[in-house]
Design a protein around this ligand. Structure first.
Ligand code: SAM
Length: 237
């Protein structure tokens, strides 16, 4: 899969993608992460990418003509349109979640557009498929949101992790009706006792059926306690 990131600051991605799972996924060519510097499509000698807002107000707005050229440049022509998604990162977008990460992991190309300043000219919407938000807060630019989305979907790509690793984790786990989104059960490792806290007896029993039952119960209990909203959400929603 190819993830193409349109940004004014490609250097920001050095570091976060140079470690651990994302680094290995790139080395094994399971994901290709490409950068398009929006500045390369800027206007005139100074390669301007933004301008003041019509109607006035503070802050600069990124130009639609510049962004349109950068989007066209980033499109991999060998990828059919239905296997590509062009996503504008925006605080006003649809909330990103594990289901969206799974959807994106099926694509051949994901184009992520990082806004900056006051945001982007509204008319860019003609050239994108959707707007995505990583939460109800405003970040300085789309770069950190793009990193989060890239990370969340790369670990779902075939061959990146063992299938088991992503099957039973939070937001992917199926409840007893095999269709509910739950939080993962509690995890423990050595030492067996720490500061008067014991590992639950059942996990030491070796009885895998009972352990699976206990974990299922614990997932349900903690989801009900911490995120009851998830219980009304089906994995197919
Ligand atoms: C400072 S923000 C602009 C915020 C905009 N004026 C508003 O009120 O919605 C600059 C850029 O950061 C990115 N951004 C900010 N918050 C985001 C979020 N929650 N999710 C995704 N992208 C975000 C977007 O690309 C946005 O264009």
């Amino acid at each position: 899969m190819k993830i193409s990131i349109l940004t004014l600051f490609p250097e920001m991605f050095q570091g976060p993608f140079d470690f651990s799972i994302i680094k290995h996924a790139q080395q094994k060519n399971l994901v290709q992460i490409a950068y398009t510097n929006i500045r390369d499509f800027g206007i005139g000698k100074h390669q301007l990418v933004d301008d003041t807002a019509y109607g006035g107000g503070v802050g600069m707005v990124m130009r639609v003509d510049v962004l349109h050229k950068a989007i066209e440049h980033a499109k991999d022509q060998s990828v059919p349109d239905k296997k590509r998604r062009i996503v504008l990162l925006s605080a006003q977008g649809k909330p990103f979640d594990q289901k969206t990460a799974r959807e994106y992991a099926q694509l051949q190309q994901l184009v992520l557009i990082c806004g900056h300043y006051e945001g982007v000219d509204e008319r860019v919407k003609k050239y994108i498929d959707e707007e995505i938000s990583i939460g109800d807060f405003v970040t300085t630019g789309g770069e950190l949101p793009a990193m989060i989305i890239t990370d969340a979907l790369t670990r779902l790509l075939p061959g990146v992790l063992k299938d088991e690793a992503t099957l039973h984790e939070s937001f992917s786990q199926t409840g007893t009706d095999l269709n509910t989104v739950l939080l993962e059960y509690p995890q423990y490792t050595k030492p067996q006792v720490y500061d008067e806290q014991d590992v639950p007896e059942i996990l030491l029993s070796g009885n895998h059926k009972k352990i699976a039952q206990w974990r299922d119960e614990q997932s349900n209990i903690r989801t009900l306690k911490i995120r009851p909203d998830l219980l009304s959400k089906k994995i197919t929603d």
